[in-house]
Write a protein of this length. Structure first.
Ligand code: ADP
Ligand code: MG
Length: 277
């Protein structure tokens, strides 16, 4: 199961990870009050869809304008205009397919002063059965290109499930990201915090792209994409809080039906799908 960026950040924040203040809205009437809750001077207006690549995405409808699904508002008025332009329209990204996904929800977030954008993700390495961190100094919107052209710029570190994340592991991650000062110190708590969130919530994937070093030298989780292990969610009472975050409007009708029957099914384009049981 996937969740929205703002929900993922809420989950990570509950474990103590550094995220910005933000407000999620589902209608234009909520926009002004949401914008007023944030201090400015930068309001980042972010389309919430279950797909990445929003920043570089394009809207189907002309009235949504030329900019992507993540827009910077340098005044409250501009932030409001961005909400108005994006809400209800269809955003096409490298991960949505040609029709795009309708933006039914917008996250308005406090803008960060970015010094550097880094990449950090976690997944279950099926080869070793360990949770692994993957990190790169080349974070931001071109990570797929980096993975394709210069995979050596991505460092993978498996975590011993008995020991968990040790200080030595955190230091390896900080070194691979070329962190120093406050950011390197932050990683000593951030890596174990993310590991705890990942394992306690039975995530199957956590991608923070970008993880940023701010102008003040500290780290912040600026984007968060999380998937949970459906087998863990199927255990009654184990993750009721996570199940409550499910947004079926983001899911394919065929997939929802398959889930009701407990089938592992992945719809593909057209009239075919993949079912493995
Ligand atoms: P996506 O990965 O779907 O394109 P991101 O959340 O990564 O969406 O946002 C795209 C880019 O927008 C980021 O790489 C960053 O440069 C910028 N951005 C996102 N959130 C903020 C923020 N709160 N403050 C400043 N810049 C941001
Ligand atoms: Mg991103």
């Amino acid at each position: 199961m996937n969740i929205h960026e703002h929900q993922a950040k809420e989950v990570l924040k509950s474990f103590g990870a550094p995220v910005a203040k933000g407000v999620a809205i589902t209608s234009l009437d909520q926009a002004k009050a949401a914008i007023d809750q944030l201090p400015g001077p930068l309001w980042v207006v972010k389309s919430q869809i279950h797909a990445g690549g929003r920043g570089k995405g394009k809207f189907v409808e002309k009235e949504a304008g030329e900019k992507g699904g993540v827009r910077l508002g340098f005044s409250k008025e501009q932030a409001y205009e961005h909400v108005k332009a994006m809400l209800g329209h269809h955003l096409v990204t490298a991960q949505t397919g040609a029709g795009g996904k309708q933006v039914n929800r917008i996250y308005i977030e406090d803008g960060a002063d970015i010094e550097k954008e880094l990449y950090l993700s976690m997944l279950v390495d099926r080869g070793t059965g360990h949770v692994a961190f993957m990190v790169s100094t080349e974070g931001g919107m071109d990570i797929e290109q980096v993975a394709h052209d210069t995979p050596e710029k991505i460092m993978t570190l498996g975590i011993d499930p008995v020991k968990g994340v040790t200080d030595a592991d955190s230091k390896k991650i900080a070194d691979a990201l070329k962190l120093s000062g406050a950011a390197a110190a932050d990683m000593l708590t951030l890596a174990p915090t993310l590991y705890k969130a990942f394992t306690q919530k039975d995530m199957s994937m956590l991608e923070v792209n970008p993880l940023i070093v701010m102008k003040d030298g500290h780290l912040r989780v600026l984007d968060a994409k999380v998937s949970f292990d459906d087998n863990a969610l199927a255990i009654k009472g184990r993750h009721d809080d996570i199940i409550a975050l499910r947004d079926t409007t983001e899911e394919d009708e065929k997939e929802i039906a398959a889930k009701e029957w407990d089938l592992a099914y992945i719809p593909l384009d057209g009239t075919i799908g993949c079912m493995v049981n």
